[in-house]
Design a protein around this ligand. Structure first.
Ligand code: LER
Ligand code: MN
Length: 273
């Protein structure tokens, strides 16, 4: 089916207040996602070690859900790891943290996401150096993801979260300069609403480099609860032949159920466009 639906599940108490729909543990969250009719869940674990892959596989199977993607952001939020840290030991730990999530997600057929783990260009570090550090890690992590038949996802974030990858075109240029062809973009409509001239045009420019989509409205509420024109977005995604998920990485407002149901209603309507 076009535009399979996914919903985010956070297992990271330290990320409280963040844009994740379900927070009540894997079991309750998978049950809820399935009951509402989602095709998949996107999971944000504390770490690969903290996520019981066996339990997750069982829950996915029993609820008829797929795993859309696994986030690595807790490496930054909880452990302050990032691929652009000036300390080489921290960069190595960041890479290893992501590698273990690439393995965990890959075994379940899903890609890992590099979002906030990209870090930023710190004072005293050149942009070229920061990009070289990310490239060094991605050149190892993306082929590792390829062994599982999945891409590695890199997400441009808005200017209030990073000064490294803010736009689709910056990220595309970086990806095109790599040896690996297995790095894809995670296009988050919330960040794109802040940074792109046109969300639809940027998606068209990215074409088959779009590997995943975070469906979030202008105010980071569920799609349909802000002012982004999602019909335009859907036409662009259809135009580029995007077959991946529309994943609700949104604030659970006014509550998780309403945000989840609103997302599904919007995805339904976008399938008709
Ligand atoms: C992660 O997917 C993201 O979009 C970041 O803004 C996390 O807060
Ligand atoms: Mn996102």
């Amino acid at each position: 089916m076009l535009f399979p639906s996914a919903v985010t599940v956070s297992l990271v108490p330290q990320a409280a207040g963040g844009p994740f729909v379900f927070w009540d543990g894997l079991e309750a969250s998978c049950a809820k996602a399935a009951a509402l009719g989602f095709d998949a869940v996107e999971v944000f674990p504390l770490s690969a070690d903290d996520l019981n892959a066996h339990e997750l596989r069982g829950l996915l199977q029993s609820h008829g859900l797929k795993l859309a993607a696994v986030g690595t952001g807790a490496g930054w939020v909880v452990q302050k790891l990032r691929l652009t840290d000036p300390d080489g030991l921290v960069r190595a730990r960041a890479k290893n943290f992501i590698a273990s999530i690439v393995d965990l997600a890959g075994k379940l057929g899903a890609p890992a996401i590099i979002g906030s783990m990209q870090g930023r260009v710190d004072a005293g570090v050149t942009r070229a150096q920061a990009l070289a550090w990310v490239a060094e890690s991605v050149e190892q992590l993306a082929p590792r993801a390829h062994e599982y038949g999945v891409p590695l996802l890199l997400e441009p974030l808005n200017r209030y979260e990073t000064n490294l990858f803010n736009t689709v075109s910056d990220t595309l240029e970086f990806a095109k300069g790599l040896h690996t062809r297995n790095l894809k973009l995670l296009c988050d409509c919330f960040h794109m609403n802040i940074e792109e001239v046109s969300i639809a045009e940027s998606l068209r420019n990215a074409g088959d480099a779009v590997g995943h989509v975070h469906l979030a409205d202008s105010n980071r509420r569920a799609a349909g609860l802000g002012h982004t024109d999602f019909s335009d977005v859907a036409r662009a995604l259809k135009g580029i032949g995007y077959l991946g998920y529309l994943s609700a990485e949104v604030l659970p407002l006014p509550d998780a159920d309403v945000a989840a149901k609103q997302t599904l209603a919007t995805i339904q309507s976008l399938r008709q466009i």
